[in-house]
Design a protein. Structure first.
Length: 246
């Protein structure tokens, strides 16, 4: 994407202390964004992301907090507003992906996933949208996931939460398009972590492209959806998965 195309915009990226979240934060910084870097516990990881954002020419604010907590969400968004005025781009990347047989899943297990993946997207959108409406411009990018949309084996809360995110995204797209705000979902396939130096041959077998994705592949799609060129793309789920059937 064109360097500086988002100059003056502020992006909030949840779960941006590593992997896909970090790659998104860096890509948006290269495009001119101020970036609110968020994590629940990994302060060192968030500090690393913020340093890289600064090196890429962006201004970073580290806003630690658990997006599953209503209180933390209010505090984090207020910090972003105090520093940058408003949030123009919201990327709801944070998630939990525990694996447990359905009949062993407790209410607490269910609530933890829902609060992080679905309720957080609702609360953060509700907190950031007034500023977007006032500015007549905004971008919301949520996340599902190839396995979640297929139906996660021993991961019912994950699949349920991500289908809920998809429904929320479509509703936001309908309601806020008139204000110049788009809402879309990115659905990653098999993405290699930063710590993984080579592809897993067993996983590559199912990918038509013959390689695993990297965080930067997902960040590139998010960058497009956040760009001015994507003004007419809203309410869509876009897979970044090397051609795997969804």
């Amino acid at each position: 994407m064109t360097v500086g195309i988002l100059a003056g915009k502020t992006a909030f990226v949840s779960g941006s202390g590593q992997n896909i979240g970090r790659a998104i934060a860096l890509q948006l910084a290269r495009m001119g964004c101020n970036v609110v870097v968020n994590g629940a516990r990994d302060l060192a990881g968030c500090e690393e992301t913020a340093a890289r954002v600064a090196a890429a020419g962006g201004s970073a604010l580290i806003a630690m907090g658990d997006v599953a907590s209503a209180g933390d969400v209010a505090r984090i968004v207020q910090a972003a507003h105090d520093r940058f005025g408003a949030v123009d781009i919201l990327v709801n990347n944070a998630a939990q992906r525990p694996h447990k047989p359905f009949l062993e899943t407790s209410d607490a297990d269910w609530d933890a996933v829902m609060d992080t993946a679905l309720t957080a997207a609702f609360r953060l959108s509700r907190a950031c949208l007034p500023g977007m409406v006032a500015r007549k411009w905004g971008r919301i990018v949520n996340f599902t996931g190839m396995k979640a949309m297929r139906g996660y084996h021993e991961g019912a809360p994950i699949s349920a939460a991500k289908h809920g995110v998809w429904g929320l995204t479509k509703a936001l797209s309908q309601e806020f398009a008139v204000h110049g705000i788009t809402a879309n979902v990115v659905s990653p396939g098999q993405i290699r972590k930063e710590s993984e130096t080579v592809d897993d041959p067993a996983r590559v077998k199912s990918i038509p492209a013959g390689v695993m994705g990297r965080p930067e592949d997902v960040a590139a799609m998010v960058a497009f959806l956040c760009s001015p060129e994507a003004r007419f793309v809203s309410g869509q789920m876009i897979a970044v998965n090397g051609g795997e059937a969804t």
